[in-house]
Structures are given as C-alpha cells and as structure tokens.
Design a protein around this ligand. Structure first.
Ligand code: AQP
Length: 332
C-alpha cells in the first residue's frame, strides 16, 4: 500500500518485575521510535502462561507492566498500548501459525532449549509445558496480526524474529498473502545486559536472586547499593574487554542510560577506579528509577480507561490481518 506508515510491534512478558535490562534492551527503544512508527505495544500476558504462574501474581505483573510502560514514556496518544489477552485474535492466529510450523524448528529455538533444560526431571518431556515449545508460534502470530515491520528487542529474541521471517515467506508462498518480513531492532548498546552477581549470565526478571537485577520498582537507594556491590574483577583498570564481563556490563549500563557509545564511556572512565565507575553508574540508575517511580502510581489509575481504548484499536487491525490469512487458507 502506498504511504503506509511503518508498523512497530513489541511486547514484554508479564512474568515478573521489570528490570533495567527490559528497559534498556526494549522499552527505551520503543519510546524513541514511537514518533516515527505506527506502534503497537502490548503486555504479553498470554506468553506469561508458558511456565506455571499464580493467578494473583500474573494479575499484579500485568497491571504493573502497563503502568510502567506509561511511566517509562510510552505515550498512549502515539502508541496503541494493550493487553494481549484483550485481543482474542491472538489465540486464533497462533493456531494458524502452529499448523504451519514443525516441531523440529520450534525445538531448535535457543530459548526453548535453555528454559526446558532448566526444568529437570527423570520423566524428561513429561515436565516440559507444551506452551514453552509453542511460545514462538504465539509471537509470530503477534507480529502478523499487526503486519509489523520493526520489532525492538534484546538479542535473546532475535532468533524468534528470524523464525517469523521464515514463516512469513512460507505463508506468502503457500497462501498468496503479502505479509511484511519484519526486522528485529537491536540496540547498539545494551542488547544484552548481564546479571550483577554473575556477569556471564543475562539479567532476567525471573532470576531467583534479587541482587542479580535492578528492578524498575526497586527502592532507588537499594538499587544504588546493588550497583556498588556488582561483581567485577580485581584488576582495577577500566577498558572494554570480553574478559572483563562485570566492567563491560557496568560500562554498558552507563552508556545506555547516558546515550553514549561504549567507547565514549571507556574514555570517560579510563583513568578512574572501579569505585568511581560504580558511583557514576549507581547515580544514573538511581535517577532513572526516581524519574519512573514519580509517574508510576498515577499511571496505575489510568489502566482501565487506556487499556479499553488500546484493545479496541488493536482489535480492529488484528481482525483485518487475521481475515487475510484465513482467506488465503480457505477458511473464508
Ligand atoms: N538481559 C537483557 N538485556 C537486554 N534486553 C533484554 N531483554 C530481556 N532481557 C534482556 C529484552 O526485554 C524484552 C522482554 O521481553 P520478554 O519478557 O518477553 O522476554 P525475555 O527475554 O524472556 O525477558 P526476561 O527479562 O529474561 O524474562 P524472563 O525471566 O521471564 O524470561 C525483550 O525484548 C528482551 O529481548
């Protein structure tokens, strides 16, 4: 279609408390890109059911996530912000994608392999929820429902966007549809923020160790202390090196929060010691949290009103794109 404004789609799973890794890897970019793109931003509450979760916990997570998106700068006048489960088309679309994938391609996904091997059991596959395997089919469906061009994600989700491109090609060939092949938008700095206690492991909202992550709703003083205690090395020299994952992680967080390149941060700190670097990172993190938290409570009050508006807008487009695939497949 001529002059079609490019579409951005991104979601975050409501599995736990949001971390600064989710902010730096995904939300910050959604906020910056919402001016330029027709943006659909959602709370992936259906994805959160992939692994067992208590209903009360899920409900709290999804509301927190909605309010945090707003507090981080997602503007509901520019972006369509909605809960995934409010748009029933996601479930239907997932089935149409599922029947066009193979168990082989889904079981080769790194995230499936990582998460399923963590669920250890002598019964093998009997303890691995089917939803974990199907996670990418739901995600491909999310992207197709809005016929998205750009998907801002951290590096861990890149493989799922590549799978989406393969499936789009498959559908377009088979059913003569014309869905876009989406591109992942991976930030130059901060595509993989690491744990503060094990800097060779990614920072994750489901990490059991509270000290490993900075949560966006952490008390800013507690967050400050977590950075001061972050694991580094004993060299006390600051430079960019993969051999120094703790320092690289702190430089990365500092760069992302101050809109600098890694090299610019390296330059700034090259004659400083680890304590001085940590204080600068801790100050940046603290002021980010203070800023977000100053808006968060008011945003909780707006969820009912805004989620209705978002769901209505999203449903309209989702229906249109679902119908296109249903027609192609002979269902209409
Ligand atoms: N460590 C990270 N560095 C940069 N970006 C990250 N993201 C996640 N971890 C990092 C990005 O944040 C978004 C979150 O999406 P998600 O919750 O659907 O996916 P996830 O990758 O499973 O996130 P988590 O925090 O690791 O959650 P759990 O612990 O529930 O699995 C995505 O864009 C992701 O790339």
């Amino acid at each position: 279609m001529l002059n079609r404004k490019k579409v951005l789609l991104s979601g975050i799973t409501a599995t736990g408390k949001l971390t600064i890794a989710n902010y730096i890897g995904a939300i910050k970019n959604m906020v910056n890109l919402q001016e330029k793109y027709n943006s659909y931003i959602f709370i992936a509450d259906l994805h959160a059911l992939t692994l067992p979760i208590e209903p009360e916990q899920l409900n709290k997570n999804k509301n927190d996530l909605f309010a945090l998106y707003l507090a981080c700068g997602i503007n509901p006048d520019k972006s369509t912000l909605f809960f995934q489960s409010d748009v029933l088309e996601h479930g239907m679309m997932e089935w149409l994608i599922t029947v066009n994938t193979t168990i082989g391609e889904l079981s080769r996904m790194t995230q499936f392999k990582d998460k399923s091997t963590k669920i250890k059991s002598p019964n093998g596959m009997d303890t691995i929820p089917t939803g974990l395997l199907m996670y990418p089919t739901l995600m491909v469906g999310d992207i197709l429902l809005y016929d998205a061009d750009l998907i801002p994600v951290g590096i861990d989700q890149k493989q799922h966007v590549e799978l989406t491109r393969n499936i789009v090609q498959r559908l377009n060939n088979k059913y003569k549809t014309s869905f876009n092949e989406p591109n992942a938008y991976i930030p130059n700095v901060g595509a993989k923020i690491m744990s503060l206690v094990e800097p060779t492991k990614k920072m994750s909202k489901s990490d059991k160790n509270d000290k490993a992550s900075i949560y966006l709703l952490d008390d800013p003083e507690v967050a400050y202390k977590k950075i001061m205690k972050a694991v580094t090395d004993s060299e006390n020299k600051i430079y960019i090196s993969n051999e120094k994952p703790g320092i690289l992680n702190l430089l990365t967080i500092y760069s992302a929060l101050n809109d600098l390149t890694l090299e610019e941060s390296e330059n700034k700190f090259k004659n400083k010691n680890y304590g001085e670097l940590k204080i600068s990172v801790a100050e940046s993190v603290k002021s980010l949290l203070i800023n977000i938290q100053s808006k968060y409570k008011n945003m909780l009050l707006r969820i009912n009103e805004l989620s209705k508006i978002g769901a209505e807008k999203a449903t309209k487009i989702a229906k249109e794109n679902l119908e296109k695939l249903m027609k192609g497949m002979g269902l209409k």
